[in-house]
Design a protein around this ligand. Structure first.
Ligand SMILES: [Zn+2]
Length: 189
């Protein structure tokens, strides 16, 4: 019996590993949140076929949140989609995490960790068809934020984001150096 295969080291953390969360928060913090009416929620659940069996639309697990169907962020910039029910679907945490900012259709049949295909969800095709129908329902609004805002405000917002990213990159360089020094000291214990 080899016991080493039972062991799993927690993933090493890098400060720069939080880079996309920072970008996401710079987009999420500026997008409007539109509360749906009860009628809209009922209509959404009806189109998705889960009015009487509320569940994650991607895999069928217990839904714990509503996920942005079309991503808010693409190539580190806002897509113009916002938080409105037309662009939100019930999802489980696993699917939401795994999907991230990917295109939902491509992600569902991709080999991304914890994707519906990877988890062998049996009715993927039916789920994709329902989601395609949902996409044409009400049509999610795509805004041009840059056009609405003062140029200086828009540019300053992304400068703020880049400044934080740069600080994180520099902090990571020092963290790596400190890490080696502590590991060396450990070896001498
Ligand atoms: Zn799911």
């Amino acid at each position: 019996m080899n016991y080493l295969h039972l062991f799993k080291m927690p993933k090493p953390v890098k400060i720069t590993g939080r880079s996309s969360s920072i970008t996401n928060s710079f987009v999420n913090s500026i997008i409007p949140v539109i509360q749906p009416t009860e009628g809209q929620v009922k209509e959404a659940l009806t189109i998705l076929g889960i009015l009487d069996n509320y569940q994650c639309v991607y895999c069928g697990d217990t839904a714990t949140e509503w996920d942005h169907l079309r991503p808010l962020v693409l190539n580190k910039k806002p897509t113009g989609y916002i938080s409105e029910v037309q662009n939100l679907v019930p999802a489980c945490g696993k699917c939401n995490q795994s999907k991230g900012n990917k295109n939902w259709g491509a992600w569902m049949v991709s080999d991304a960790p914890l994707s519906p295909k990877k988890r062998n969800i049996p009715d993927i095709k039916e789920r994709i068809e329902k989601l395609k129908k949902y996409e044409t329902w009400g049509t999610a609004i795509q805004m041009d934020f840059q056009e609405i805002l003062e140029k200086e405000d828009w540019e300053q917002h992304w400068k703020n984001c880049e400044r934080i990213q740069e600080t994180m990159r520099n902090a990571q360089i020092l963290a790596a150096k400190i890490n080696v020094e502590i590991a060396d000291a450990y070896k001498k214990l």
